[in-house]
Design a protein around this ligand. Structure first.
Ligand SMILES: Cc1ncc(COP(=O)(O)O)c(C=O)c1O
Length: 429
C-alpha cells in the first residue's frame, strides 16, 4: 500500500511507514494512493461473511501485499474481539452500537487494530505513542497498548474537560501508560502533539508515534464497522440507507466515506456536530471560519479545527463527488437533552454524542429512507450527565466499575511545549 502526504504529494510512504510515522512533513496527513472498489457482487459476497473474515478482506484490499492476508486476518481477529450490534430504535431508525469493546467506545476498534499493526511492523524497535484525547481515544489507546513490550504511551487531555469516569478508565493503569492533564482545551493538547511531531530531534530520540485519528490504521479499521452495520440490516434498508455520524475530529465520518468509496451502498451521510460547528457552517456558506472551541455536553466533540477534514476533501476530489451530497447540522445542548428524552421515551437510553446524531437523522430522514446513527460510547461513560438529564440511575458496566475506585496517576502540566518535551525525554525505558 502506498500513501501520500496531503501537504506534499511527493512524499510517498508505505503502509508500515505511515503507521510508524503518523504524520508526514509539515504535519500533513497521509492518504491512500489507490482507492480500491468492489463491484456489487463482491459487496454482496463480503456482506455474507462474518465480521472478522470480512474486515480482514477489506483491510487487505487497502494494505495489499505489504502484509500477508493470513497475518492481517490473525491481527484483525485479535483486535476485533467483540461485537458491533445494530439495535432498533424506531420503525425506520436503528443505531450501530460501537461500545461493546473493553473501553466501551468506538475507538476500541481503531486503537486495538493500530496496536496490532504497529506491533507487526515495528519488530524490536522501541516506540513512544503520543496522543491527544478529548475523552475516548485515550482510554482506547491506553488499553490497546497496555503491557505491550517496547511501547510507551503518553496521553494528553484537557484538564477538567473530560468526564471523571472517562479519566478513571485510562489514568489509573500505570506501567507503560503515562497520562498528562493539560491546562487548556483539546485543541491546545492537539497543538502540543503536533509540535512534538515537528521536533525532529525529539522524534528520533524517543521513537515518536501518534495513535489518534490521524493515524491511517485507525481510520482503516473504522471502515469495517460500516460494512458490519449494513450486513445486519434487511435488504430493503440497504439501498435507502442514511448514516448520521456524531463528529468532532471527523475520523469516523472519513471512515464512513471510505466505506462508501469501496462500494458500500450508503445513500447519504449526515455530519452531525454540537455547537462547535465549523464544518456545518462551512458546508452551508463555503467559508472555513473556526470559532473558539466551546464546552458542550458532548465534550468529545468539542473540536473547532477538525484534523481529518482535509482527508474528507481529498476523497471528494479523488472521487469527483460534490460536497453538497453531505447532510449536516449542529445541535445545541438544549436540543441534545430533548433528543435524549425522546430516545428514552422510545425505550432507548443514549448519551449526548449519539443523541446529536439521532436528532439530525430524525429531522432529515425522507420517506422511504432508513436511518442509522452511530452509538459511539456507552451511556455509562457519561453517567453524571445522562443521569442528571434523564433523572434515572445507570448501572456501571464492569469495565468502568472496576476502575472507578482507583487513584488517578496523571501529571498536571501547563500548556507549555518545553515542559512536555522535558517530560518525554525523561521517561524510563
Ligand atoms: C463518544 C464520541 N463520539 C463521537 C466522537 C467524534 O468522533 P470523530 O473525532 O472521529 O469525529 C468522539 C471522539 O472522540 C467520541 O468520543
Amino acid at each position: 500500500m502506498k500513501l501520500y502526504n496531503l501537504k506534499d504529494h511527493n512524499e510517498q510512504v508505505s503502509f508500515a511507514q505511515a503507521i510508524k510515522q503518523g504524520l508526514g512533513s509539515q504535519q500533513g496527513l497521509f492518504f491512500p494512493q489507490d482507492l480500491p472498489e468492489f463491484d456489487r457482487n463482491d459487496i454482496d459476497a463480503l456482506l455474507s461473511l462474518d465480521f472478522v473474515t470480512r474486515s480482514s478482506r477489506i483491510l487487505s484490499a487497502y494494505i495489499g501485499d505489504e502484509i500477508a492476508p493470513e497475518t492481517v486476518f490473525e491481527r484483525v481477529k485479535a483486535a476485533f474481539a467483540f461485537l458491533a450490534p445494530v439495535a432498533p430504535v424506531a420503525e425506520d431508525i436503528a443505531t450501530l452500537e460501537l461500545f461493546h469493546g473493553p473501553t466501551l467506545a468506538f475507538k476500541d476498534f481503531g486503537g486495538r487494530f493500530m496496536a496490532q499493526m504497529l506491533t507487526e511492523v515495528s519488530g524490536d524497535e522501541k516506540i513512544t505513542i503520543l496522543t491527544a484525547t478529548s475523552g475516548d481515544t485515550g482510554a482506547a489507546v491506553a488499553h490497546a497498548f497496555y503491557g505491550l513490550e517496547n511501547v510507551r504511551v503518553v496521553i494528553l487531555y484537557p484538564r477538567g474537560k473530560i468526564s471523571p469516569l472517562q479519566e478513571k478508565l485510562f489514568c489509573t493503569l500505570g506501567g507503560n501508560i503515562h497520562t498528562v492533564a493539560i491546562d487548556g482545551d483539546f485543541d491546545a493538547c492537539q497543538a502540543l502533539v503536533k509540535k512534538a511531531f515537528d521536533d525532529e530531534a525529539l522524534k528520533k530520540a524517543i521513537g515518536l508515534n501518534s495513535a489518534n485519528s490521524i493515524n491511517i490504521s485507525r481510520l482503516l479499521a473504522q471502515i469495517c464497522y460500516y460494512f458490519e452495520a449494513v450486513a445486519q440490516l434487511p435488504q430493503a434498508a440497504r439501498n435507502q440507507l442514511v448514516v448520521s455520524v456524531p463528529s468532532g475530529n471527523f475520523g469516523d465520518l472519513t471512515a464512513g466515506l471510505l466505506a462508501k468509496s469501496l462500494g458500500l451502498p450508503i445513500k447519504r451521510f449526515i455530519a452531525a456536530t454540537n455547537a462547535n460547528d465549523t464544518v456545518p457552517r462551512f458546508l452551508s456558506s463555503g467559508n472555513w471560519e473556526p470559532n473558539k472551541t466551546v464546552a458542550t455536553l458532548s465534550n468529545a466533540m468539542d473540536v473547532s479545527q477538525p484534523n481529518n477534514w482535509p482527508r474528507v476533501e481529498e476523497l471528494f476530489r479523488r472521487k469527483n463527488w460534490q460536497l453538497n451530497m453531505l447532510g449536516f447540522g449542529a445541535v445545541s445542548d438544549e436540543t441534545t437533552k430533548a433528543a435524549m428524552h425522546e430516545l428514552d421515551a422510545l425505550g432507548y437510553i443514549s448519551e449526548p454524542h449519539a443523541a446529536i446524531a439521532y436528532r439530525l437523522l430524525r429531522d432529515q430522514l425522507q420517506p422511504g429512507e432508513f436511518g442509522l446513527f452511530l452509538g459511539t460510547a456507552h451511556p455509562a461513560k457519561f453517567k453524571e450527565s445522562v443521569e442528571a438529564i434523564l433523572g434515572k440511575e445507570l448501572e456501571l458496566p464492569e469495565a468502568l466499575a472496576e476502575r472507578a475506585g482507583l487513584d488517578l496517576l496523571s501529571h498536571n502540566f501547563p500548556d507549555d511545549f518545553a515542559k512536555l518535551r522535558e517530560f518525554l525525554l525523561s521517561l524510563p525505558d
